[in-house]
Design a protein around this ligand. Structure first.
Ligand code: ZN
Ligand code: ZN
Length: 123
């Protein structure tokens, strides 16, 4: 006598539609030289490489570090000298993925290459 399993339990789609209008995982503004490209300089008394820590996009995340850089590199230096991309992790809503890139005029960032290989084509 098999009992049917809880028929009234609601199903949840793996990907909720239209939560913020973006079908793909959410992207944040880029951080350029440590400054959020959307918010710009927030406190002129703080160094440029720390400006992103003050803006509403990244304030809750704490200090960011590129997921792919050599561990020997100081993450703060990387953020100060590169473009830094941030997106929600496609498989873990509690996390963001961070990767540095050299920008459109200077392609070939190893980190961006690694990132695209890891997540393509979902991001
Ligand atoms: Zn911002
Ligand atoms: Zn990197």
């Amino acid at each position: 006598m098999a009992r049917t399993t809880t028929p009234n339990r609601p199903k949840v789609p793996e990907r909720a539609a239209g939560t913020d209008g973006a079908p793909q995982s959410r992207r944040y503004p880029r951080i350029i030289g440590g400054t959020c490209e959307f918010c710009g300089v927030i406190d002129a008394n703080q160094p440029a490489k720390l400006q992103y820590r003050l803006c509403p996009h990244f304030a809750d995340m704490g200090p960011l570090a590129c997921s792919y850089c050599d561990k020997a590199l100081d993450p703060t230096d990387v953020i100060a000298n590169k473009f830094v991309n941030v997106a929600d992790h496609p498989e873990n809503p509690d996390k963001v993925v961070v990767w540095c890139s050299n920008g459109p005029g200077n392609p070939g960032s190893k980190c961006e290459e690694k990132h695209l290989k890891r997540f393509s084509p979902s991001m």
